[in-house]
Design a protein around this ligand. Sequence first.
Ligand SMILES: NC(=O)c1ccc[n+]([C@@H]2O[C@H](COP(=O)([O-])OP(=O)(O)OC[C@H]3O[C@@H](n4cnc5c(N)ncnc54)[C@H](O)[C@@H]3O)[C@@H](O)[C@H]2O)c1
Length: 360
Amino acid sequence: MTAEVNIDLKDYSYSVIVGNKNLDRIGEIINKTLPDTVRTFVISDTNVFSIYGDRVINNLKKAQLKPTYELFPAGEENKNLLTARKFYDKLVEHQMDRSSLIISLGGGVVGDLAGFVAATFMRGVKFAQLPTTLLAQVDSSVGGKVAVNHEKGKNLIGTFYQPDFVLTDVSTLNTLEKNEIISGMAEVIKHGMILDKDYFNYIDNNISEILDLTPTSLIQLVKKSCQLKGSVVKKDEKENDYRKILNFGHTIGHALEVITKYKKYKHGEAVSIGMVYNCKLAYKMGLIDYDVIDRLITLLSYVGLPTEIPKNIGADQILEAIKKDKKSYQNKVPMILPTAIGKVEISNQWSEEDLKSIIK
Ligand SMILES: NC(=O)c1ccc[n+]([C@@H]2O[C@H](COP(=O)([O-])OP(=O)(O)OC[C@H]3O[C@@H](n4cnc5c(N)ncnc54)[C@H](O)[C@@H]3O)[C@@H](O)[C@H]2O)c1
């Protein structure tokens, strides 16, 4: 079983091809979609390449796509300009040009960094993603945000740059650590919560198969999440307004990450807590019934995601961190609040008092 999702962005449209064992199709897909490609340059991290590198390189060689590869040590701390610079040096050294294709093989860190390099090298070269974490497959490979971190903040240096295609192999998730799967599930559940009640129900009804990494349910999951995210990006590619709904759970989640210095929570875990508190805020404001919170908490807990702000973190600390958020304008950040499962609104109407009271 395979699935193909068209991310419809006019001149920048592209396909996300989802399947099991898709890594073995990379050469065939390049020759079909980008037939003028002369050479390929794979960017990966040391972890992912040690598992999948040979397979991808051999496949590219067989397809006469003259592959070269360069690696960087895995980790968010390496998603920076220094690493990007090393890749520019290597691209020049290997005489890559605009007929070359940069391929990212890895999670969101690799995709963001390789995408940033592809967007900026020679004012933009062809780019394809082979995402290997759940987060990258359902979220970061769609939408064209590419970036590196600055010491003062995450993703501060970046742009929008859509790939030429995304080739997703759900079987790569079998080697991913369980906590990475759990963390990625927060974004999947987010897609159901903000956009599609049927999808939320699908996740809820099939959660055991999904967590067991059954290929058919994973393909269905990745396909649906990419379709939903794609539909948002189509309406608002550059995040002028509507795309902000994808930040559901992220404002409070980001505050928790900052307060705990990015050490206590994986991103998805912080988002999970953030989604619950956004729901509590919506309940306090009379936008939803308690049943919505109940269903969300039950599902998140089953997956193994946290749902509560720890007692040692106070409401004031959270509010202060929210005000410093890069999305803050005049000390106020819009909150994405549910009005039902599958529906949200972007609200500036929330009050600090309400937020404090739900945190207490
Ligand atoms: N561009 C976007 O729209 C967007 C959206 C969300 C997140 N992001 C970015 O994504 C990044 C996080 O991505 P992530 O969660 O994928 O983390 P990651 O890329 O750091 O991967 C997590 C870990 O898993 C390892 N790994 C990856 N795939 C593996 C596999 N199949 N088997 C074994 N190990 C594997 C990696 O080496 C790494 O150690 C952040 O930098 C975040 O800013 C971007």
